[in-house]
Design a protein around this ligand. Structure first.
Ligand code: EPU
Length: 439
């Protein structure tokens, strides 16, 4: 089976999603492995020659792009059902090009493994994206502490450690998910002990620690703010199943609450969504948890709740658009605060087109809930904003058309079929041709 990567030039606004409002989400939905874990697990495969198998992967474009990054580094990559089989050669390449990196910021996470195994790496600088500027200083400073020489040239991050990486004490200014992962993947093959303090604690970090440990790495403290890594000289390939996607699961939880619905989600651990599910309860929902999922029921108009995004175990920034969506239809005024990405509120203008009453000031949004939103053409600005707009469209009168849905495709496998399964009248269609205007 092959997952194909469309050329960037055809990725523009090709499809739209049309949603009939006034829907109530009801039924059961299954989530698969987390994009934000699977991508890093694929990069971790680079650390051991031989065949690594990652299962429970989501069938989304980002996975196909990461597969292509690995292919260009010399790996053979094959998709079999929900698995990706990665055959890593003894000597991989060391360069990841801009044409792929610009489409998948997460490809920066090949930097750590390449440096650890090959002693050098050239990875295109990913730049920012639609949710704000996204730095690399913590990745670079941490690798430099481990003895790497890191510089930037012609849009590339160039790193080398000809005599190998050595263990170091690293204190992160902020518990960055990407920096923690990159440094962890570098540290597992470094000489001696590395301590990463103020490390990220996300379930995806625990997932990669589990896989690396299976591969032979020595890591203590997974899921805490201090990771201690004893470097080893080699790792071996493994078969590892990706942790369930808490953000997709959380999207359905908020969708159920917004539409006064009744949704059972399977395939994700409710312990990974504690604060988010607690917000649903505060808004008036009933949440029943099970080891492999949860059920959300809401039988009245939700009440306003304040939300503050923070690194795990705080409220996830990736659910901020859903929190704004819930606030937009709740009774009362909610204050929603974003602390991770400076551009996360960019989609608010689209929510306002749907009739939401939102004012932003810096990293705060004041949302005055409305009984009903009103249908309008809107555009997804990033993955999570796109899903949030679809959920909001369910609460609007009439038919809403959401364009730029390639963003949604990057994070939500089978989104339209899942919406249908939950009772929504929804279509995916080719975007109408844009008229051309000439002088
Ligand atoms: N930051 C720096 N310097 C660094 C690293 C990060 O300033 O060296 C800043 C960023 O600019 C940002 C903050 O730290 O303001 C958080 O960045 P972090 O490194 O934690 O995020 P990330 O690794 O780039 C991952 C997810 C995001 C998710 C964040 C936070 C992947 C591929 N992406 O990004 O997911 O929002 O963690 O949980 O894992 C998404 O899936 O839609 C998405 C954006």
């Amino acid at each position: 089976m092959s997952l194909s990567v469309r050329p960037a030039s055809t990725m523009a606004d090709v499809d739209v999603i049309q949603v009939v409002g006034g829907a109530r989400l009801a039924g059961e939905v299954q989530v698969v492995g987390a994009k934000n874990s699977a991508l890093k697990l694929m990069a971790a495969a680079l650390l051991a020659p031989g065949r690594t198998v990652v299962s429970n992967i989501p069938r989304i474009t980002d996975i196909a792009i990461m597969g292509e990054v690995l292919r260009r580094l010399g790996c053979a990559v094959e998709y079999v059902g929900d698995e990706v089989h990665i055959d890593v050669p003894e000597h991989t390449g060391t360069e990841a090009d801009y044409d792929l990196v610009r489409r998948l910021r997460a490809s920066i996470c090949v930097l750590g493994p390449l440096l650890a195994r090959r002693g050098s790496a050239r990875v295109a600088h990913p730049g920012g994206d639609a949710i704000g500027s996204r730095g690399l200083d913590m990745h670079v400073d941490g690798l430099a502490r481990m003895g790497a020489d890191v510089s930037g040239e012609h849009g590339f991050v160039i790193a080398s450690a000809p005599y190998g990486l050595r263990g170091a004490s690293i204190w992160l200014d902020f518990p960055s998910v990407g920096a923690t992962e990159n440094l962890l993947m570098a540290a597992v093959l470094a000489r001696g002990q590395t301590v990463i303090d103020n490390a990220a604690r996300e379930p995806e970090i625990v997932d990669i620690c589990t896989m690396l440990t299976q591969m032979g790495a020595r890591i203590a403290g997974a899921g805490t703010s201090t990771l201690r890594v004893e470097g080893v000289t080699e790792l071996h390939p493994v078969h590892h199943a990706t942790v369930g996607d808490r953000i997709v699961a959380g999207t359905w939880a908020f969708g159920a609450a917004m539409t006064q619905g009744d949704v059972t989600v399977t395939g994700a651990d409710p312990a990974h969504l504690e604060i988010a599910l607690d917000k649903v309860v505060t808004a008036g929902g009933l949440v029943e948890t099970r080891p492999d999922g949860f059920r959300v029921q809401m039988d009245r108009r939700p009440s306003a709740v304040d939300v503050v995004t923070l690194p795990f175990p705080g409220f996830p920034t990736d659910l901020l658009p859903m929190a704004i969506g819930l606030a937009s239809v709740s009774e009362g005024v909610s204050l929603v605060t974003e602390n991770i990405f400076d551009g996360r509120f960019m989609f608010v203008n689209e929510m306002v087109r749907l009739g939401a009453d939102i004012r932003t000031d810096g990293h705060h949004a004041v949302v005055n809930g409305r009984e009903r939103l009103s249908c309008a053409p809107v555009a997804a600005t990033d993955i999570r904003a796109g899903a949030g707009l679809v959920m909001a469209a369910l609460c609007a009168d009439g038919l809403t058309e959401i364009s730029h849905v390639h963003h949604i495709d990057r994070g939500y496998p089978g989104f339209v079929p899942d919406l249908r399964r939950l009772g929504v009248k929804v279509e995916r269609a080719a975007a109408p041709e844009e008229p051309t205007y000439t002088f």
